[in-house]
Design a protein around this ligand. Structure first.
Ligand code: 4NP
Length: 153
């Protein structure tokens, strides 16, 4: 089972989601992340995201930003989008019904139907990164439990 977390820049939310999800799934699950823009390609995650993760013993410092590519739609089984605008962008790049079925809003997949957006903390402060960490941590727990029940690797 291969899981891709997607946000806009791939330097704040999806790197956190990747790092957190890796702590909740066995080694035979592959977790990666990407962005819908290539502006930060090759950069490590935002320092505030790295620090927030480290505060919770999650190391995301070695990740590097990359844009989502066509092959991601073939390689990955699940593609979780951090907000509605990212979802819209990713869905528009899918070419088949099978590819579209892989794509979900992260918080909806976690059973949250009221507030489905993971807010972008890029323009905020450390407290916003901590709030995003908590949202992602709770969501990853729910999604990981579901994936472990319904998949065998
Ligand atoms: P992310 O946050 O999508 O969670 O990685 C952002 C990172 C960079 C920008 C916006 C959001 N930006 O405009 O450069």
């Amino acid at each position: 089972m291969k899981i891709l977390m997607v946000c806009l820049g791939n330097i704040c939310r999806s790197p956190l989601a990747e790092g957190i999800m890796q702590t909740k799934l066995p080694q035979d699950f592959l977790v990666d992340s990407a962005g819908t823009i290539s502006m930060h390609e090759g950069e490590h995650p935002d320092k505030r995201a790295v620090k927030t993760a480290a505060n919770h013993d999650v190391d995301i410092s070695k990740q590097k930003s990359r844009p989502i590519t066509r092959s991601d739609f073939e390689i990955f089984d699940k593609i979780y989008c951090m907000d509605a605008s990212v979802y819209k962008d990713v869905i528009s790049k899918a070419q088949t019904e099978e590819e579209r079925e892989k794509i979900a809003l992260f918080l909806e997949a976690a059973g949250e139907y009221n507030n489905t957006e993971v807010p972008d903390p890029y323009w905020g402060g450390m407290e916003d990164f901590e709030k995003v960490f908590q949202l992602l941590d709770n969501g990853c727990t729910k999604i990981a439990n579901h994936l472990k029940r319904t998949s065998h690797s």
